[in-house]
Design a protein around this ligand. Structure first.
Ligand code: C5P
Length: 221
């Protein structure tokens, strides 16, 4: 199986409060995007396409390895992945889409996603159980309902897909009003079942400054 990796790195990272796009923020002295590319490679994905914000294209090219293909992303994560998918070589039969914001994803997670694809899954996501009590609130923040926890999962990346399945699902979603926060939702909207494999707490997403501080501790431990 030949897998191509896509790293979505075109977000602004406003919630992190940095002046740089989040993917260029350093973790232990290296930009998050470099960690994410390394995670994919260490897990068995040789070829990688990275979607970056247009104004910082040169800054990303300067820090990424020469053999990484850099493309300009879009206004939404979905638009960024769509741009990278168009640039991904057609000889690949699988695509793994990863967030630049998940720098410490262990190679094992990547390997589990690849193994599920090799075993015949058309779409697969790494997941973790939900450990907190989870509720639905109304517009005033008042609890409306409890949500039964055993069947809930938190979804991580990299998410793996049969290439033709992902390309077709993205083509179908183009021009629709639906907003997707990940690629499995795009594929599920096209009616494709999405399988799960075990995720890892270390693959958690860096969103706010506290997450980055925890990642620094993790690297040093
Ligand atoms: O904003 P959030 O943390 O959910 O973004 C998840 C990933 O999607 C990040 O790695 C971010 O760089 C990427 N992204 C993107 N293009 C956008 C918005 C987000 O590639 N327009």
């Amino acid at each position: 199986m030949h897998a191509v990796g896509i790293v979505a790195a075109a977000g602004s990272g406003l919630r992190l409060g940095a002046e740089l796009p989040k993917a260029l923020v350093a973790l232990d002295g290296r930009p998050l995007v470099c960690w994410a590319v390394d995670a994919l490679r260490a897990g068995g994905v040789a070829e990688v396409v990275v979607a970056v914000p247009a104004p910082q294209r040169a800054a990303f090219t300067a820090v990424l390895p020469d053999d990484v293909h850099v493309v300009v992303g879009g206004d939404t994560r979905t638009a960024s992945v769509r741009a990278a998918l168009a640039a991904a070589r057609e000889h690949a039969d699988a695509v793994l889409v990863h967030d630049a914001a998940r720098p410490l994803t262990p190679p094992d997670v990547v390997a589990r996603v690849l193994a599920a694809l090799a075993a015949g899954a058309r779409a697969v996501v790494p997941v973790l159980p939900v450990v907190d009590t989870t509720v639905v609130v109304d517009a005033d923040g008042v609890v409306e309902a409890d949500v039964p926890r055993p069947s809930l999962r938190r979804v991580q990346t990299p998410q793996g897909f049969d290439r033709a399945t992902l390309v077709e699902a993205y083509a179908r979603s183009h021009g629709t009003a639906a907003e997707f926060t990940d690629d499995a939702s795009v594929v599920r909207a096209a009616g494709v079942p999405v399988q799960t494999v075990a995720g890892d707490e270390r693959a958690t997403k860096i969103t706010v400054a506290h997450d980055l501080a925890l990642a620094e501790l993790q690297v040093r431990s």
